[in-house]
Ligand binder design. Structure first.
Ligand SMILES: [Zn+2]
Length: 278
C-alpha cells in the first residue's frame, strides 16, 4: 500500500543577503530571491514555515504536505533593511521582497543569524563592508513580517575573527566543534541570546559552513536538549527533506552552489517535488 502522506517532500532553499556582487541572478541573491519567489508564486508552490516542518520531523510525524521552505543565513541588515550598496547600488531587503512577492499566508522566511553582537561588529569590518550593517535591533519586529529569527551559532567560528567561542585553534569551519564546552559556547549560548532578544524560541539551528560532525549530530544535539533547547538542525546537503530525514542533519539547497539560474531551480523543484511542470 502506498502511504501518500509519507511521500510528501519539502525543498528548503537558502539565500545569503550579503551575496551582492553584481546585478544579475547569478551574482546577486536579492535578484535571485525576487525571481524565485515570483516563480514559486506563479507555479502555486506552497511556502511552508520551516519551524513547522522541523517540528513534524522532531515529533516523528509524517510530513503532510509538499512544498518549499525559505531560509537565509548570517543575519546581516540585507535581510531586513533596503540598503545602498557602495558598488552595486540600491538593494531591496529580503523582507521587502518577501512582502512584495507573496500573499501574507505564504510569507515564511527563516533567518539564521550570528548571535554575538561583538563578533557581528567585527565581522562587519572584516568580511562585509564596514558600514555597521549587522545590528540586531530588527529581530524583535521580524516575526510580524513573516521572518523567524533562528540560530546560526555564536560567532560562526569564522576565520576572520581574532578568537571564537569554540576555543579551537582551527577557525573557518564548524566540524571542529567537538567538545561539550565548545558546543555550549557556540550553540546553546547563541540560542539563549537570540531567544532573549526576539522574545521567541530559538529552536532551529543551521550549521555554519553547512558542516556537522558525528559529535554534534549523534551526541551533543540529541543528548543535551535541556541546555540548547533545539528541535532540529540543518546542514547544506542538497537533498529534499522527507519523512524520516535525520533530525540533526536536515538537508538544504544553497543559492549559488546548488542552482544559479531559474531553469536550474525549476528542474530541481520538478525532480524533488515530483511535479510535471514548474
Ligand atoms: Zn553562515
Amino acid at each position: 500500500m502506498i502511504d501518500t502522506q509519507s511521500a510528501a517532500r519539502v525543498v528548503v532553499l537558502t539565500y545569503h543577503g550579503m551575496n551582492v556582487g553584481g546585478h544579475g541572478y547569478a551574482e546577486n541573491d536579492h535578484r535571485a530571491f525576487e525571481t524565485d519567489l515570483a516563480l514559486l508564486r506563479d507555479a502555486d508552490v506552497p511556502i511552508l514555515p520551516l519551524r513547522a516542518v522541523a517540528r513534524c520531523i522532531a515529533e516523528g510525524r509524517p510530513l503532510d504536505r509538499s512544498g518549499v521552505a525559505l531560509s537565509c543565513d548570517d543575519g546581516s541588515w540585507f535581510d531586513w533593511h533596503d540598503l545602498e550598496h557602495p558598488t552595486w547600488g540600491a538593494q531591496k531587503s529580503l523582507r521587502g521582497i518577501l512582502t512584495e512577492q507573496l500573499e501574507p499566508a505564504q510569507r515564511h522566511l527563516t533567518s539564521f543569524v550570528i548571535a554575538s553582537p561583538d563578533d557581528r561588529a567585527e565581522l562587519d569590518r572584516t568580511c562585509m563592508l564596514g558600514c555597521g550593517w549587522w545590528g540586531d535591533e530588527w529581530w524583535p519586529d521580524a516575526h510580524a513580517a513573516g521572518i523567524d529569527v533562528q540560530n546560526h551559532s555564536w560567532d560562526h567560528n569564522h576565520s576572520t575573527l581574532a578568537e571564537t567561542a569554540a576555543g579551537t585553534s582551527v577557525r573557518g569551519r564548524f566540524d571542529v566543534v567537538e567538545t561539550t564546552a565548545a558546543a555550549d559556547a557556540e550553540i546553546a549560548e547563541a540560542g539563549r541570546y537570540i531567544a532573549a532578544r526576539t522574545g521567541r524560541p530559538a529552536d532551529l539551528f543551521a550549521y555554519p559552513y553547512g558542516e556537522c560532525n558525528r559529535f554534534l549530530r549523534d551526541d551533543y544535539l540529541p543528548s543535551a536538549q535541556a541546555r540548547h533547547g533545539l528541535c532540529a538542525a540543518f546542514t547544506t546537503e542538497p537533498r529534499p527533506l522527507e519523512t524520516g530525514s535525520p533530525r540533526w542533519a536536515l538537508p538544504r539547497y544553497v543559492c549559488g552552489p546548488d542552482w544559479s539560474q531559474p531553469d536550474e531551480l525549476r528542474a530541481l523543484l520538478r525532480d524533488a517535488l515530483g511535479r510535471a511542470s514548474i
